[in-house]
Ligand binder design. Structure first.
Ligand code: PEP
Length: 251
């Protein structure tokens, strides 16, 4: 059965006390609302342990925003997948376009990160998406196809069950420019067909594919109504509990 998910990506925002407050508010709101999707908060590494203490992990999932491409050793400043898992987090966001763009993360490097995350028992929210130039040059399918196949198509069917895809057109992230629901649906359908070719129709049908890019309470319902859009990865609007819950309750 395909799950609907709304996941927040706080990025590099909030101090630990501010993050704990926000997580508490989300947890309380989720507990007191009749919700029809899974809810996850993606928080900075420094916040994981403290946030874990104030949420009910059975109601609100907890994600790191990245992990290292090594498990341990002399990699100053890095945080590994087993370290993330040891905080009690159950998800990790990998391949966000900000990590690909600012920190030169490649499909090959992400393949390693995916393997280490799964090995550590984490579920992966794997981001993909095209730039405006790539879209306008007609390279959308080529770019997304390579991102997904080069980092994920070595997995077996059992491993695949722990993958959530997030389609995030780079031109829509933090810009206020949302893809139209039809534009997003078209790409989601392409991604699901790609997965079906690799893993079969059943597994593709069970795969959660999130949309990300300036999703907010006012456009979430229209996006989530599309047959291949199973929820959202939410940046800016996940930093205010009311806005985030406005998206969660769009289902
Ligand atoms: C994101 O960074 O994953 C994102 C979707 O950001 P925003 O919602 O702010 O566009």
């Amino acid at each position: 059965m395909r799950k609907n998910i709304v996941a927040g990506n706080w990025k590099m925002n909030t101090t630990v006390p501010e993050g704990v407050e926000l997580a508490k508010a989300v947890n309380d709101a989720v507990a007191s609302t009749d919700i029809k999707c899974d809810v996850i908060v993606g928080v900075p590494f420094t916040h994981l342990t403290a946030v874990k203490q104030v949420i009910d992990i059975n109601k609100v999932g907890l994600a790191a925003e990245n992990c290292a491409d090594h498990n341990s050793g002399a990699y100053t400043g890095e945080v590994s997948a087993p370290m993330v898992a040891s905080t009690g987090a159950n998800y990790v966001i990998l391949g966000h376009s900000e990590r690909r763009g600012y920190y030169n993360e490649t499909n090959e490097m992400l393949k390693t990160k995916v393997d280490l995350a799964l090995e550590a028992g984490l579920k992966v929210i794997f981001c993909c998406g095209e730039s405006l130039e790539e879209r306008e040059a007609g390279k959308l399918e080529e770019v997304i196809g390579a991102e997904i196949s080069e980092s994920l198509f070595h997995l077996d069917a059992e491993q695949w069950k722990n993958i959530v895809i997030a389609y995030e057109p780079i031109w829509a992230i933090g810009t206020g420019k949302t893809a139209t629901s039809d534009q997003a649906q078209e790409v989601h359908a392409f991604i699901r067909a790609l997965i079906a070719k690799q893993f079969g129709e059943d597994l593709a049908g069970d795969t959660t594919i999130l949309y990300g890019g300036s999703c907010k309470p006012s456009n979430a319902q229209e996006l989530f109504a599309k047959p291949d859009i199973d929820g959202g990865l939410i940046g800016g609007a996940s930093l205010k509990c009311d806005d985030f819950m406005g998206i969660v309750t769009a289902f």
